[in-house]
Each structure stands twice: as C-alpha cells, then as structure tokens.
Unconditional design. Structure first.
Length: 502
C-alpha cells in the first residue's frame, strides 16, 4: 500500500505540464543522440549539464534521464537501418538487425526492438520502484565506515568490469581520486595540488572533466573515421511482426529483461554487457543457432530488452544508495549535487517528490519513446544524412558554451580542451575513461566518510573491520577482485570484451 501512495505522489509530480514537456524533450534528444553515430548519452549529458542550472531539480533530472534511456531506443534504429550502432549497447543489435533489414524485414526488426524495449523498460522501472524502499531503509543503518566500504565496492566493480586491462582500470580510478583531491581542504583550509592557480582553489569541476574526456575526445576520435554508412534504402513497410515472430521474440524479451535487470544494478557493468550476455544466451538456447548472424529475430529482441532493462535498474544504486554504477550515473549524481540535493537514502525522505517523480517519469518516457520511434522512422532516417563536417563543429561550439556557462570562466574552456586531448590519448592507449569519472565523483565522498569514520572512532583504523556491514562489503570487494584475477575468469572476461569490440 505504501508503494502505491509513493507512486501516486510520483505521477502527480511527473504529469505536470512542465515535467511532461521536459520528459518529451529528453526522450526526443535521447532518440536523436542514439540515431546519430559517434555521440552517446554520456557525452550529451555532459554537454547539457550546465544548461540545467536554471531548471527546477525535478525537471532537470527527468530530462537527463530521458536522454539516457531514450538513447537506447535510438541506437537500435541506426543499427538496423545503417549497420552502424548509434550507441555502444546497440553493437549486438547490428548483427541480426541489419540482416533483417536487408531481407526486407526492417519494419519488423524496428517494431520488435521498440516493443521489446518498452516492455523491458517498464519492468525495469517497476523493479526500481519496488527495491528502492527496502534498499533506502537499509542504507539508513549505514555509518561513515560502511559508506566508505560501499564506495570501495563501487570503484572496484568499475575496475572489474572495465573493458580495458585491470591495471589500466585501477590507474584510471586512482587518477580520478587524485583529481578529486584538487582544491581547498574542507577541514584544514589548505590548498592541495593547485600549483598556485587561483582557478583551482574550488577544485576541478566534474562537468569540465566530463565534457573534455567524453564530448571533446569523442569528436576528436570520430574525425579519424570515414563516413561509412551502409544505409538501408528500401521502403519500410509492415511494422507489425507475424504470429511466428511474436512466438519467437517473446521468450527472448523475457530472458533479456531478466538479464538486463540484474546486470544493470551492478556497479560498472554497463548496458553493452547486458546486451552481449543476452545475445550469447539466446544463441545457446535457440533451436536454430545457425540463423544467428543471418537475421534471427531473437538476436534483436533479447539484446534490446536487456539494454533497456539495464538502463532503468542502473538507477537503483544511484537513487537508493547514492553510489553511481557507471559514468553516466555519476553525471546524474553530479546533476543532483548541482541542484543542492544530497545523494543517498535521504533523497527519498527529504525530496520524495523528486525521487518518486523521477521514477514515474520513466514510465511516461518509455511510452513516449514507442510513439517517437515507430511512426517517425522516416524522420530519423533523414537525420542520418547530416554530414559529420556540419555535426561535429556544432557539437564543439555547444560544448564550449555549456562549459563557459558553469562559472562564466574562459579558463574552464581551456581545462575542458586539455582534458579532451587527455581523453583522446586515453583512447589511443586503451584506457577506458569511465572509471576515472567514477573516481572523480566518488573521491570527495570517499575521503569525507573515511575521515569521519576515523574521527568517530578516535583514529582507530579497525573500525572498518569491526562494523559488520563494512566488513561484509570489504570482503565482497576482495572476493570480486580475486574472482576476476582467476585465470579462467580473466580469459573469459577478455574474450567477452574482445567480441564486444569486434
């Protein structure tokens, strides 16, 4: 009964004219970003964060969330019609989706992807609503030592599931933690790692870093690639799947939803892993494994359901515990901090309208996305014809305007450009920047809880091992690292990421 009361509050908030408008804008932008190859939700949210300063907190979060899960819908359109994933989680959809299009079944593939995504997104949001309450209540029993250990689990999860090598991923997390230390020490008031620059006294703004290593670096890296677009030129007809298609797709959607819901809540897992796991499972359980790679509808239905379910359940640790599971969730957490909302379980008690309004908006957004993706296919196909030489300069100008508006500082643009070059270098050396972003966002909170725990225990370091919750979390983190380092697991992990990149 309590859940229904909370959802009633959420829908009353989400259904206001302002919030419905921003949900639509977010879904529309997310679909566009998913359709356009080379730009993802991470870079887009980083670009748009500065422009949300003037919005109400709930409107800003609803729009950014719409961009995030909306990009999963749009990515499938490009994957099916152009043989090029608009978003990384749509890499697997390319395999069978474009083959269906070449066989004259583009409409069926698009409809399967959209309807499967809608079902999975709806279920994922329901799971978020159901598990948010018990998780938040459990989190209220956490002390500073427990929160420190929980953040260690989140950072190690990002390391274990990063697509780069473990050493590189650990290095990126440590670099992010170091960047988080730049600025004025809150306790002593001394300057740390500022190199005498007044512009660094307040620390390095995570928006500047995010725009640099994701948006700027993405554009620089994309300039190396030729515009190879194997576009589908046939007429799209007959969107509705046949009875046989539905019979084969429904079990795949259910399995993909289950996989995505579980994987999405894991720290650092990412949506692409969920879609890859789903595709592997469908190929193993199928009675027609030889059809995979040649237009199997299960190869579209399962992965699309998985990545959309994962997009919803990724909000579980972010909203309930204040711990982002991915770089995109770290930006969502940053958006909350920009609007003076303290992340963590207190969001539900202090800002219930924001908490439940965001969850309710996801149901509304998923319904909007079905409407946006199927009837407007023709518009998205035309959008694909925008040449990169026009698109990329516009993105750079937009990024610079956004970064400047954070503090009206030209130096922020210089810093963003510098991080863009650094982010491009990371790509060249095979270093994934997402763990750095997690380290940057969690670093100050990690330090704060570490210090607070020591103050309360009067300098006794054993407090991290004597509290049951903290000890359990640290043991889990250690076990996770040990498992990942096992030879068989390590070899299988490398195979998964190699196939994902291929």
């Amino acid at each position: 009964m309590e859940l229904f009361d909370h959802l009633a509050l959420g829908f009353s908030t989400a259904l206001s004219l302002q919030n419905v408008t921003y949900a639509f804008i977010g879904c529309l932008l997310g679909t566009m970003i998913g359709v356009l190859p080379g730009l993802g939700p991470l870079a887009t949210i980083a670009m748009l964060l500065p422009f949300t300063y003037g919005l109400e907190p709930i409107a800003a979060l609803i729009m950014l969330a719409g961009i995030y899960y909306g990009s999963q819908y749009g990515g499938s359109t490009t994957a099916i019609l152009v043989n090029l994933p608009g978003e990384t989680s749509a890499v697997v959809t390319v395999i069978d989706g474009h083959q269906m299009a070449r066989q004259g079944r583009a409409g069926v593939a698009l409809a399967t992807a959209a309807l499967g995504s809608f079902f999975a997104g709806t279920v994922g949001t329901l799971i978020l609503a159901v598990f948010a309450i018990p998780l938040t209540r459990f989190a209220f029993s956490f002390g500073p030592a427990d929160y420190f250990s929980l953040m260690v689990v989140g950072l190690l999860g990002a390391v274990a599931l990063a697509s780069s090598s473990l050493i590189r991923a650990i290095g990126m997390v440590l670099l992010g933690l170091l960047l988080g230390l730049v600025g004025t020490d809150v306790n002593s008031g001394t300057m740390r790692y500022t190199f005498g620059l007044p512009q660094l006294w307040d620390g390095i703004d995570f928006v500047v870093v995010a725009v640099g290593i994701f948006a700027f670096a993405e554009v620089i890296a994309s300039l190396e690639n030729k515009e190879l677009r194997e576009a589908f030129t046939g007429k799209i007809t007959n969107l509705w799947p046949t009875r046989e298609d539905i019979r084969r797709a429904c079990p795949a959607v259910l399995r993909g939803t289950a996989i995505g819901s579980a994987v999405g809540a894991l720290p650092g897992a990412g949506l692409s892993l969920a879609s890859f796991f789903s595709y592997s499972l469908e190929k193993k359980v199928s009675r027609r494994p030889q059809e995979f790679g040649h237009g199997a509808i299960e190869g579209v239905a399962g992965p699309e359901a998985a990545n959309n379910a994962a997009a919803q359940t990724a909000f579980v640790p972010t909203l309930a515990l204040g711990i982002p599971g991915s770089a995109t969730m770290a930006l969502m957490l940053g958006a909350m901090m920009i609007h003076n909302i303290q992340p963590g379980p207190q969001v539900m008690t202090n800002n219930p309208d924001i908490f439940w309004g965001l969850i309710a908006s996801m149901w509304i957004g998923n319904l909007m996305l079905v409407i946006l993706n199927l009837p407007l296919i023709g518009m998205w196909v035309k959008l694909l014809s925008v040449p990169y030489k026009i698109m990329f300069p516009a993105i750079l100008v937009f990024c610079c305007v956004g970064v400047y508006s954070v503090q009206n500082s030209v130096y922020d643009i210089y810093f963003a450009v510098a991080f863009g070059v650094v982010g491009y270098a990371f790509r060249k050396f095979g270093c994934e920047p997402a763990p750095l972003m997690l380290g940057l966002v969690l670093g100050p909170m990690l330090e704060e809880n570490f210090r607070r725990a020591l103050v309360l225990s009067r300098g006794d370091y054993t407090v991290f091992f004597t509290r049951p919750i903290s000890l359990t979390l640290l043991l889990f983190a250690a076990a996770m690292l040990v498992v990942v380092l096992l030879p068989n697991i390590k070899r299988r992990r490398n195979e998964i990421f190699a196939e994902e990149e291929a």
